[in-house]
Design a protein around this ligand. Sequence first.
Ligand SMILES: [Zn+2]
Length: 169
Amino acid sequence: MGFCLFGNVALAARYARSRHAAERVLIVDWDVHHGNGTQALVEQERDIHFVSMHQWPWYPGTGAAEDRGPHQNVWNVPMRASLPAQEYVDAATDAFVPDLVMISAGFDSLAGDPLGAFTLEYEHIELLTRFLIDRATDWCAGRIVSALEGGYVPERLGIACVRHMLAME
Ligand SMILES: [Zn+2]
């Protein structure tokens, strides 16, 4: 319902399961919008867990915390705008041990984005990145894939992408 023609991360998660012997895939979506397309594409797959952090209430209006999907493999983390950033970081946890972690890296969650009202800064992107790298190292030898999603201030998006990639070294 946003700007995505394909559900890239959902497709990639299914591909990893069918072609690369990954059994369990964790998708963490920190785009400011609920990943409603991703949820629709993976909620029937019990071995794909989906965590979406998103502003609430906000477009597209889906992604309530009670919406766990038909198989309870979805964790929606709706948040008010302007919460302390640490709360966004802390929200990305659960006890599932994946073979592969995928990040829906939407940078419209940065402060100042015209399509959101979150308050993340570059250092919070680095914290989230390192947090997920650390967890992926414990879970699955650091297998992690990040896909660019939203972000509508080009200068900030560019810097955020670089900081995100440097944090993955
Ligand atoms: Zn978005």
